[in-house]
Design a binder for this molecule. Structure first.
Ligand code: G3P
Ligand code: CA
Length: 268
């Protein structure tokens, strides 16, 4: 057994609430992680970026436009990139009303606020370093904050995976803190897996690029912690796809609708 729940252990993949339970509450807000916890899920996924004054915040897009009222609060600041706003400015924004009036007043969380809420919910975190090319040094800053908040303590590390679409970022995280479990977002060729297995513990592909053979090929490699590489598939939001990828023997399913996936996989 590894620190990650493996398909082989109980035959059922780990279910990870994508941007929180984001089908039911505004993505990447504290409300979305509370909703995941309420539904009985421990693992949540998020996206980490950086403000103009260097604060780490939880937001998916590089712009604040889609998921906040930034256009109303700061007209004339198009294209509203989060890197061009201070943390105090971001804190003024409503990150819930776009989703539903029921969530009016939800905020873009800072990463430290977010970590404390996951901790309070006894949760586990799949943390994505998003758009690292825009934020030089973000890997080191993220690890520093994780360390300050106790997330890199022995006994706590099993509650954390750090992932990125940038192989360079994943490798940097591994080199800076080799004990941290890492994941690469993408579908390397089987030949490339030799290289990835030096610094990543999981390969997390879009489900559309998966097959039974590919997952088996990934599992055949040992990662940097001398355990077989894992596979978490994203973003699976319906029962049929959940059953399909479970049939491919993935180790995790990343989903906006964790309850739907759980029901499809027969663990309800
Ligand atoms: O965790 C996988 C998934 O989050 C990757 O895509 O665009 O939703 O961050 P995206
Ligand atoms: Ca993500």
């Amino acid at each position: 057994p590894t620190s990650r729940a493996r398909a082989g252990e109980h035959g059922v993949p780990t279910v990870i609430a994508h941007r929180g339970a984001s089908a039911y509450a505004p993505e990447n807000t504290l409300a979305a992680i509370d909703k995941a916890a309420e539904l009985g899920f421990t693992w949540v996924e998020n996206d980490v970026q950086r403000t103009k004054d260097g604060r780490l915040v939880v937001l998916h897009d590089d712009s604040l436009q889609r998921t906040t009222n930034v256009e109303d609060v700061f007209p004339g600041r198009a294209p509203w990139k989060v890197k061009d706003f201070t943390a105090a400015e971001v804190a003024r924004l409503d990150a819930g009303s776009w989703f539903s009036p029921a969530y009016a007043g939800a905020r873009v969380p800072t990463l430290d606020q977010y970590l404390r809420r996951v901790e309070g919910n006894h949760g586990k975190l799949l943390l994505e370093i998003k758009n690292p090319e825009l934020y030089p040094g973000i890997e080191q800053e993220t690890l520093k904050l994780l360390g300050n908040e106790g997330w890199l303590d022995r006994g706590h590390l099993e509650r954390l995976i750090v992932q990125s679409f940038s192989a360079g970022s994943v490798r940097t995280v591994h080199e800076l803190r080799p004990a941290v479990t890492t994941a690469y977002l993408g579908t390397p060729t089987v030949a490339q897996l030799h290289w990835f297995a030096r610094f990543t513990d999981l390969i997390n592909p879009s489900y559309g690029s998966l097959s039974l053979g590919y997952v088996a090929a990934v599992h055949a490699f040992d990662g940097p912690h001398d355990k077989p590489l894992g596979v978490f598939a994203w973003t699976v939001n319906d029962a049929a796809t959940a059953r399909l990828v479970a049939g491919y023997r993935v180790d995790g399913v990343i989903t906006n609708k964790p309850d739907v996936v759980r029901a499809a996989l027969g663990t309800d």
